[in-house]
Ligand binder design. Sequence first.
Ligand code: GLC
Length: 547
Amino acid sequence: MVRKPFGSLDPLWYKDAVFYELYPRAFFDSNSDGHGDLRGILEKLDYLQDLGVDCLWLLPIFESPLVDDGYDVSDFYNIKARFGTVADFRTLIDGAHQRGMKIIADLVMNHTSNQHPWFREARSSRHSPKRDYYLWNPDDQKFREVRIIFIDSQTSNWKFDPATNEYYFHRFFPEQPDLNYDNPLVRQAMLDIIKHWLDFGLDGFRCDAVPYLFKREESNCENLPETHAFLKELRRLVDENYPGRLLLAEANQPPIETHQYFGNGDEFQMGFHFPLMPQIFIALKKQDARPIIDVIRRTPPIPNMAQWCIFLRNHDELTLEMVTPEERDFLWREYAPDPRMRLNLGIRRRLAPLLDNDRRKLELAYSLLFTLPGSPIIYYGDEIGMGDNIALKDRDGVRTPMQWADAPNAGFSTAEITALYSRAIDDGEFSYARVNVAAQQSDSNSLLNAVKKMIAIRKSHRAFGRGTCEFLETKNETVLAYVRRFENEIILVVNNLSASSQTVSLWMSSWVGHSARDLLTQTEFPQIEVHFPLALAPHQFLWLVLK
Ligand code: GLC
């Protein structure tokens, strides 16, 4: 049955939305088998609604051997049994829609699992009709300019397959063979999958690893014009048949390349702002606003319909692929002093440990997330300041069970502890006895309540999602100040990135005579004059509405 998209028909809804990235396996286990599932998410929708979330991004839920946590899909049309059924997915989408929320799912377009029937068939014989769904070569010397992404575990993007004595190409793990987008059947198959789930009622996709779809000799096989042409075709399909659905690009590229994924307003509606994220961490550590200002200034303007998705952390390592070698060394040194905290070109830690579990720094980071241009996304558990477990392999340390309560298994599951896909964090300052939803819900001063309040304020002022952003001269490099402006709404945001008190005098000639009230505390400020003096406590931030 073809379902209509729910609710608001504003096709630009994503510009005002607050997103939440959720790892289904970790969220809530409804059937006590030790793995989170779709029914578990359904049971927690009220929590997400109460937090103010507008759109959930679900990490992969389709059939998969889970070599790369579901980014190795073996059947795009079925839900992995451990996570539930197609009927459960239906109920979950309906449950979200009833609460005014949307759901987008991960769509892994670049590759499949090596257990996908296409690949099984393709590797069975050089003459298999599916052979050309993948990329084969007699040696591993083709596409030599392609970088390796999982540098800690891979030495080549080619894997020898003895069955037919040829190599196949893979950008990620060898269990994830890359699809051959030059094959029109592959392109059509992917479009059919997309149509299927949009007909089902899904509100869109977070499209995985999109820069790598097409491959060409003598190039690094990233961001090729052929790839953009196909993505534009995908967007056309959505616009013509599913207006209001969202395509969000995962393109971990420099600003100028990332920006290309918006096309001329005819490609993705949203893209993650990968270049901004590490600069936020540099700025916080150096107590210097310039890295943030510089990266935003280096980011070209985007089409009207487009929106950045801004984030602090996600389910992968904090990627340092798009920073200079000096910046990378700085971030590694400052944020990953223990080698176990490093993975590939990144840092496998969560937000709260990265910020020393310092409440003021955490709130300041959220102030940036909720007020800089773009729509914010929260990684599950970061709203309560969950910790990580660097003893676990790969990226598992940032994918531990959601900490609901000071109860066995953090209230995530009633299974035996040995049955859990991963143990909840149960020691130290981040143990579930100390960090959990229930405790923070009943504490009006908790991080959870602070985040919830910021979200509510953000959502009642469209300038945050849609407004222009103008940086103000502060003559004090530790203070980041900007004006967000949309229609008649003017909001002045001031962030003190420093651990000490600061004074600034903002040059406010354009707003002389305006009144200023802090949206966070309701404090009224003196009427604005050309020089607007402010005294800021360590890590303090103000969201001043000017009238
Ligand atoms: C993306 C995902 C990551 C995954 C990879 C391969 O980068 O975020 O988790 O391993 O693609 O699909």
